[in-house]
Design a protein around this ligand. Structure first.
Ligand code: ZN
Length: 66
């Protein structure tokens, strides 16, 4: 079965990504801009909100366009 997940794989590190500048880091804060970092691979998702990630993606795009 082929997954359509666009996420990259192959890392077992707890890498995180800055929500502001999308810099990848292992720290709890962005070393570039000091922004909040989030895991690009959430350990779990809400079955009650299957489209939450898409809403967040759209929200992120809106912020980038801002
Ligand atoms: Zn940043």
């Amino acid at each position: 079965m082929v997954s359509s997940t666009p996420c990259r794989r192959g890392s077992n590190l707890k890498i995180k990504k800055c929500k502001s500048c999308e810099t990848y880091t292992l720290k709890d804060a962005c070393p570039s801009c000091g922004g909040q970092v989030v895991s690009p691979h959430p350990p779990k998702f809400s079955p009650h909100d299957p489209y939450g990630r898409y809403r967040r993606m759209m929200k992120k795009e809106a912020l980038q366009r801002g």
